[in-house]
Design a protein around this ligand. Structure first.
Ligand code: 13P
Length: 287
């Protein structure tokens, strides 16, 4: 059964580790992430962006797939199905469809509007037992065609949003989605410490987990980050393995064109990447 992310994140905050949110794109992604979580006895959050939701045939399709897989594959570790960077309308839709967690990203609104809309989503989500992630300070880079500015979140604004009763809070600290540029300055730990000081026990979320050096991940966790989102890295791993398979001409040998064979190396690559992150984040054996 899908669970809210509340308990797993509060436990992570207390135990000084982080739970990975791995964004899913299709059946192979979902199966790879779920099996890896089970094999490593780790809690896990499946992230679905609005674009990926549309791609996979709608939120209800995803809920059906994930619930079915958890039952058929005997997945017993805590799994949360979470909307990533949701709009107000998107958030309402996934609550109806049966997700167990939702992010309402109001970071592009003025703070008053962000507060108003986040408050409404919390009220609706709480009635159904879903966890809620809010965002302050938009996270840069490109995701689903939406390009954020990459801001350092204002600590006072973070405090206002945290006080609304959100389950977890994403705050920009120089992190961006996708690959980091050569001249990236790194995460702003002074800003993170200032945000932590005024947001109390609210687990903080680090977006843009792809390509952040290990030492920075560890420092972020020590300063109160309890959820780390990873998307691009799994896409790169999948693409590289699939390309190698095709470039080696394996799809032309025997039944190598069968999707069960063609997609197998990419599937294995996703599993390996997820395992590596779970080890780095410290969530192995924390289910
Ligand atoms: P990356 O694609 O950089 O890993 O970021 C993922 C993310 O933050 C999803 O919200």
């Amino acid at each position: 059964m899908l669970v809210s992310a509340k308990e797993m994140l509060n436990k992570a905050l207390e135990g000084k580790y982080a739970v990975g949110q791995f964004n899913i794109n299709n059946l192979e992604w979902t199966k790879a992430v779920l099996l890896t979580a089970q094999e490593n006895n780790s809690p896990v959050i499946l992230g679905v962006s609005e674009g990926a939701g549309k791609y996979m045939g709608g939120y209800k399709t995803i809920v059906g797939m994930v619930n079915g897989m958890m039952e058929e594959l005997n997945i017993t570790v805590p799994v949360s199905l979470h909307l990533d960077h949701g709009s107000y309308e998107g958030a309402l839709k996934v609550i109806e469809a049966g997700f167990s967690s939702v992010m309402f990203d109001g970071s592009h609104y003025a703070i008053d509007e962000n507060i108003k809309k986040t408050t409404q989503i919390i009220k609706i989500a709480e009635e159904k037992g879903l966890s809620v992630e809010a965002e302050v300070g938009s996270i840069g880079g490109e995701e689903d065609g939406v390009v954020g500015n990459g801001e350092i979140a204002d600590a006072a604004e973070c405090q206002l949003i945290a006080n609304l009763g959100v389950t977890m809070l994403a705050a920009g600290i120089g992190n961006i989605h996708g690959k980091y540029p050569e001249n990236w300055k790194g995460l702003d730990f002074t800003a993170l410490a200032a945000i932590k000081a005024v947001t109390g026990d609210v687990p903080l979320v680090l977006h843009g987990g792809t390509g952040i050096p290990e030492s920075m991940i560890k420092e972020a966790i020590s300063l109160g980050v309890a959820k780390i989102n990873v998307n691009t890295e799994l896409q790169l791993a999948f693409a590289e393995s699939t390309r190698k398979y095709v470039e080696a001409g394996k799809d032309l040998q025997g039944k190598g064109f069968d999707p069960r064979k063609l997609l197998a190396p990419g599937f294995a690559a996703i599993k390996a990447a997820v395992k590596e992150k779970m080890e780095l984040f410290g969530s192995v054996n924390k289910a």
